[in-house]
Design a protein around this ligand. Structure first.
Ligand code: GAR
Length: 222
């Protein structure tokens, strides 16, 4: 149905894999022009690996604890990934800090999803921190990964309201529902060749982006 060439995708995870599941489902339905070459987790035995296997996708654990240091782990991870010759590598709940050696190797073809409206709330516990800061709006971002943690150029964001009764769990669930649309959108644009990174600048449809794109959606609230 789609005339877009399928891109080869490698997905890195650390846990639950609900973003992975959304991508698996959209790839299986033909909505997303990707061939998922392999799913790799730095933690063995996580739910995301099982989700990949259920979908008939190769799933591997590369346990970072078995390596003496971060560069040794990353060298093994690069070997594993590059053996699959991906066009695009995505971090989908991959919770290891990556060094510049890794991020530069994949510059322009490495994406991350982060559960905040970057540059707000880099790092962990984003939902808790958004509530504590009195934010009325929160969300998720897809960005190109560079050496700066959660600091790479942002491509697209989904926004949700923070409601007066929210706790971190209710807010996380509202954001997560948007994440499951957000990654597919960015991957689709990448597959279509509409998205690229030049230096620290995102280009979309041949023009530099001066602010992140917005995921327009009807899923925010009932
Ligand atoms: C997602 O909310 C993702 O945005 C977040 O981890 C969760 C993974 O959920 N990622 C980060 O915090 C990265 N800094 P999932 O395993 O169900 O997709």
């Amino acid at each position: 149905m789609s005339e877009i060439r399928k891109i080869r995708l490698v997905v890195l995870i650390s846990g639950r894999g609900s973003n992975l599941q959304a991508i698996l489902d959209q790839a299986a339905s033909g909505a997303l022009p990707v061939e998922i070459a392999v799913v790799i987790s730095n933690r063995p035995g996580v739910q995301g690996l099982e989700r990949a296997r259920q979908a008939g996708i190769a799933a591997l654990a590369l346990d970072h604890k078995l390596f003496p240091d971060r560069p040794a782990f990353e060298a093994a991870l690069i070997d594993l990934i590059d053996g699959h010759q991906p066009d695009l590598v995505i971090l989908a709940g991959f919770m290891r800090v990556l060094t510049a050696g890794f991020t530069e190797h994949y510059r322009g073809r490495l994406l991350n999803i982060h559960p905040s409206l970057l540059p707000k709330f880099r790092g962990l516990h984003t939902h808790e921190r958004a509530i504590a800061a009195g934010e009325t709006e929160h969300g998720a971002s897809i960005h190109f990964v560079t050496a700066e943690l959660d600091g790479g150029p942002v491509i697209v964001q989904a926004r949700v309201p923070v409601l007066p009764d929210d706790d971190p769990d209710t807010l996380a669930a509202r954001v997560l529902a948007q994440e499951h649309h957000l990654y597919s959108q960015a991957i689709h644009w990448f597959a279509e060749g509409r998205l690229r990174l030049s230096g620290e600048q995102v280009w979309f449809d041949g023009k530099p982006l001066d602010q992140p794109l917005r995921l327009e959606n009807a899923h925010t609230l009932d």
